[in-house]
Unconditional design. Structure first.
Length: 190
């Protein structure tokens, strides 16, 4: 089986953080470098939404200039790496666990999405090549919601009892999009 692509979404404006989330200091590096280090054992990393990335990691700008967001980033990488499974993560998930991603990769479905307190964690998820038509159809229809695209495919929702059995506690999709959230994450997850 071919290694998946791990797409790190890093093209947002970081308006809530007030500065580029990818460059925010975290541990002994930055949030982007921390996420890239975490996912390197899971698959081949690529940074989406940028023209450059650290350590020689490939970077690709969003395919659609008129549409930004996770769904556009997902379409960009699915078209850039046709036929490959995509592990989609966000640059503001510095606490993510590679073990959780590995467990999700072993599950079936066009999309494998953790469900936490009723919320589908779409930016810490697995998307198979079969999901591309739904992504493009949704974007072509003027919608930028991954949730809308999920209505068109076979989704495997990973319930809390399952992800907790992997040792996951919600840290993998904990979004650090403000300085308060960074402090909260450090308190909760170390």
């Amino acid at each position: 089986m071919e290694r998946p692509i791990v797409a790190v979404l890093a093209g947002g404006d970081s308006t809530r953080m007030g500065s580029d989330k990818a460059a925010i200091p975290f541990a002994s590096s930055t949030m982007l470098e921390t996420v890239l280090n975490s996912v390197s054992s899971v698959g081949d990393p690529i940074v989406v939404g940028r023209t450059a990335a650290p350590h020689g990691v490939a970077a690709i700008p969003d395919r659609r200039a008129d549409s930004r967001g996770p769904l556009t980033g997902l379409e960009t990488v699915l078209r850039h790496e046709p036929g490959r499974t995509v592990v989609l993560v966000a640059v503001d998930h510095p606490f993510l666990r590679p073990q959780t991603l590995g467990e999700m990769l072993a599950l079936e479905g066009d999309a494998v999405i953790p469900l936490d307190a009723g919320w589908q964690q779409v930016t810490c998820a697995i998307y198979r090549p079969s999901f591309l038509p739904a992504v493009s159809e949704t974007l072509d229809g003027g919608c930028r919601s991954i949730i809308t695209a999920l209505d068109l495919v076979n989704v495997n929702l990973v319930r809390e009892a399952t992800w907790r059995s992997w040792g996951e506690d919600g840290r993998s999709w904990f979004s650090v999009d403000t300085s308060d959230r960074l402090e909260e994450g450090l308190r909760r997850f170390g």
